[in-house]
Write a protein that binds this ligand. Structure first.
Ligand code: UFG
Length: 329
């Protein structure tokens, strides 16, 4: 039986494919990706690759007819918070529309398990820190809204189609595979860690800090950074949980420790031994002041335990990737 990783050529998807094959070199991993933001060279050489768009029902039906798929790990989505505010309909079409077609094809092919890539952005401005899964979900951006809509769709589809799901709400994914073979490549890049590392790489003169007047210890936003390989492991555990009869559920994934934007920049200075000039810019629309996870539920129910939980290690692995691949793949 095979595991289908949809969006397996993207950042978190490609790391999950590596982790699947590292943990079980004999497992069959199939990657489906339309390569709109993913990279063919990020796909593990031992994975079978389908260049396929999840809006294409006929192509999905064909894939499910060809392969014995037991479970799906679904990453394919538009995932830029800022862009989602400018192109909300595109986000609904890609994230809700694409996933609807995927679920229809799964139901028709009798594929029962799906691990869905959700986000901390479903919470919006949190009412409690650390955030728990049963805290209110009031997204402040369209990206989070579409991911929450998919979570709700999964809950409805579950009963009707005998589908089991786990939705994983990631906090801030960062870092790169320990081997240095794959890492984060977005174009344009907007995420803090890779943006900061563009300075020592000679790609930008400095970093704009979006807002210094937040109610945090140094006035900049606080985020919970989580290593991409730890996220990958959680997907594998979630699939095992479903295969073992676990009930459908949602889980936060973070380290439970918040770092300010300025603290991240300080760590990057130490790791790279390079100056990182900073300028203050206005707040970015839709940014909550603090996002820090309680991942107790993932730890106790899934048995998840992050291995790369220091921010220094996260930035070191990211730097190893970026300094050796300044232009990406
Ligand atoms: N930031 C800057 N300057 C930059 C880039 C980012 O100051 O050049 C700040 C942001 O304003 C924010 C923090 O750094 O306060 C982190 O920003 P990122 O863009 O790296 O990450 P976000 O927290 O905005 O979003 C990420 C993912 C989303 C996910 C969210 C959940 O990109 O998909 O985490 O926390 F929804």
């Amino acid at each position: 039986m095979a595991i289908l990783v949809v969006g397996g050529a993207g950042y978190i998807g490609s790391h999950t494919v590596y982790a699947l094959l590292e943990q079980d070199p004999n497992c069959t991993v199939i990657v489906a990706d339309n390569l709109s933001t993913g990279h063919r060279r990020a796909v593990h050489p031992k994975a079978k690759f389908y260049e396929l768009d999840i809006h294409n029902r006929a192509a999905l039906d064909e894939l499910f007819a060809q392969e014995q798929v037991e479970g799906v790990i679904h990453f394919a989505a538009s995932s830029q918070v800022g862009e989602s505010m400018e192109k909300p309909l595109e986000y609904y079409a890609n994230n809700l529309g694409g996933t609807t077609t995927l679920l229809q094809a799964m139901a028709a092919a009798d594929v029962r398990h799906i691990v869905f890539s959700s986000t901390a952005a479903v919470y919006g401005e949190p009412q409690n820190i650390p955030i728990r899964e049963d805290d209110p979900t009031i997204p402040t951006n369209c990206y989070g809204e579409t991911k929450l809509a998919v979570e709700r769709m999964l809950a409805w589809a579950k009963g009707a189609h005998d589908l089991n799901y786990v939705a994983l709400r990631y906090f801030n994914a960062a870092g790169a595979h320990i081997s240095g073979e794959i890492g984060e490549v977005h174009n344009p890049e907007t995420h803090l860690v890779p943006v900061v590392l563009q300075v020592p790489n000679g790609k930008r003169p400095g970093v704009s800090v979006f807002g210094e007047d937040y109610p945090t210890k140094d006035g900049t936003c606080v985020r919970d950074y989580i290593h991409v390989t730890d996220l990958a492991d959680a997907h594998i555990l979630a699939l095992k949980y479903l295969r073992n009869g676990g009930t459908s559920d949602v889980f936060n994934l973070g380290n439970g420790v918040g770092f300010t934007v300025k603290e991240v920049i300080e760590v990057a200075k130490d790791v790279t031994a390079h100056e990182i000039p900073v300028t203050t810019a206005p707040r970015r629309a839709g940014d909550p002041a603090q996002l820090v996870a309680s991942s107790e539920k993932a730890r106790t129910v899934l048995g998840w335990k992050p291995c790369y939980d220091s921010l220094t290690t996260i930035v070191e692995t990211a730097w190893q990737w970026h300094r050796t691949h300044p232009d990406g793949f």
